[in-house]
Design a protein around this ligand. Structure first.
Ligand code: XUL
Ligand code: CO
Length: 441
């Protein structure tokens, strides 16, 4: 089979002193760390929508990058995308991929025809995976937000017919995920949110969203799916208010509707910052609640208020992200999906590789830096000491449930003004420690 990128060979690891643009400086896929190769710690995934389909189209202009893969007929293009995706993954040493159903194969005249054409492509991918078992599906999802029928939402549409159509579409996307051995299935809200409460039955929409998720779980489990379901929080865009606003909101929703057993969170960096949180905050909320699942790796522009989905190059954020991942025990079914696109002006085929190299090296370095921070121990020790008053005396009694308000009042009256258990938060020192560890790597 002829190559799509004949000028680009397998991207080698050359180390941090290399000046070769088409080489990794930090990502050394087969380097053994704690008994397993770096590629298994990081579990990088290619996003089919941005990489295979995204051509740079925006509301001010048409695409700048050619993502036709040399084909005009939709069936032939869908197949060419598969070949090109496998070539990209192979050359970049990426083991996983993620897709929306419609990224693999577009909509045709009827749902039946659309499903039949999707089956052909899924079978084709399954064949490629059989020939190269190192390529795996991280997660699948359904694009239940771009067609006009989903203008008011899918699971939260006022139209019960739209709910049924979305269910049919999701059923098929779950089938594809199972067929390709995926261990994750993502729900990202899409248009599940509202523009104005004046026309919205908020309560019914929330209930219906939960109904759709329950039906999806019931169906998938009945087909033997033993992977995870993820919800990917996002506060706004496309709707003014997305129902899955942030990690904390989603956790409350999962609890209310008794969905906690099956669902974990897929945290996306740019969605965190849109919600006015840091990436680390969202990961910490997920981790502390036992709900850390997977990551959509990208970054926003701090000066822009929308989802720019840039390739992540911010070492600081990647470090603090990987710090949370390590503290969560690493990835199990999840991984690092590059939900990221090269800028519209970075339009050449080579830019696909350069942007992935930038993102992968950033996370490889972040992983090393996070490990170094943990090994350094100063941060962890500081936090431990800061909360020392909870390990003995009155703090321990509170935690053990041994005291009520009366006893606490008696304690405070006796003790007088608080002095000895108040100490400096030392934020500046801690930030300097992070810098110190980062720049001595
Ligand atoms: C949109 C977004 C999606 C999800 C999958 O902001 O992040 O691409 O990751 O539907
Ligand atoms: Co995403």
């Amino acid at each position: 089979m002829s190559e799509f990128f004949p000028e680009i060979g397998k991207i080698p690891y050359e180390g941090k002193d290399s000046k070769n643009a088409l080489a990794f400086k930090y990502y050394n896929p087969d380097e053994i760390i704690d008994g397993k190769p770096m590629r298994e710690h990081l579990k990088f995934a290619l996003s089919w929508w941005h990489t295979m389909g995204g051509d740079g189209t925006d509301m001010f202009g048409v695409g700048t990058a050619d993502k036709t893969w040399g084909q005009t007929a939709p069936e032939a293009r869908a197949k060419a995308k598969v070949d090109a995706a496998f070539e990209i993954m192979d050359k970049l040493s990426i083991d996983y991929f993620c897709f929306h159903d419609r990224d693999l194969s577009p909509e045709y005249g009827s749902l039946a025809e659309t499903n039949a054409k999707l089956d052909e492509i899924v079978d084709y991918i399954a064949e490629k995976m059989k020939a190269d078992p190192s390529k795996k599906l991280l997660w699948g999802t359904a694009k239940a937000f771009d067609h006009p029928r989903y203008m008011h939402g899918a699971g939260t549409s006022p139209s019960a017919d739209v709910f049924a159509y979305a269910a049919a579409q999701i059923k098929k996307a779950i089938d594809a995920t199972i067929k390709l051995g995926g261990k994750g299935y993502v729900f990202w809200g899409g248009r599940e949110g509202y523009e104005t409460l004046l026309n919205t039955n908020y309560g019914l929409e929330q209930d219906n969203m939960a109904r759709l998720l329950k039906l999806a779980v019931k169906y998938a489990r009945s087909k033997g799916y033993d992977g995870d379901f993820y919800i990917e929080p996002k506060p706004k865009e496309p709707t003014k208010h997305q129902y899955d606003f942030d990690a904390a909101t989603v956790l409350g929703f999962l609890k209310k509707y008794d969905l906690e057993k099956d669902f974990f969170l897929n945290i996306e960096a740019n969605h965190a910052t849109l919600a006015q949180h840091t990436f680390q905050h969202e990961l910490r909320v997920a981790r502390e609640n036992g709900k850390f699942g997977s990551i959509d790796a990208n970054q926003g522009d701090p000066l822009l208020g929308w989802d720019t989905d840039q390739f992540p190059t911010n070492i600081y954020d990647a470090t603090l992200c990987m710090y949370e991942v390590i503290k969560a025990g690493g990835f199990t079914n999840g991984g690092l999906n590059f939900d990221a696109k090269a800028r519209r002006g970075s339009f050449t085929p080579e830019d696909i590789f350069l942007s992935y190299i930038a993102g992968m090296d950033t996370f490889a370095l972040g992983f090393k830096a996070a490990r170094a921070l943990i090994a350094d121990g100063r941060l962890d020790k500081f936090v431990e000491d800061r909360y020392a008053s909870w390990t003995t005396g009155i703090g321990k009694d509170i935690i053990d449930g041994k005291v009520g308000f009366e006893e606490l009042e008696a304690y405070a009256l006796e003790k007088g003004e608080v002095t000895d258990s108040l100490s400096s938060g030392r934020q500046e020192l801690l930030e300097a420690i992070v810098n110190n560890v980062l720049f001595t790597l």
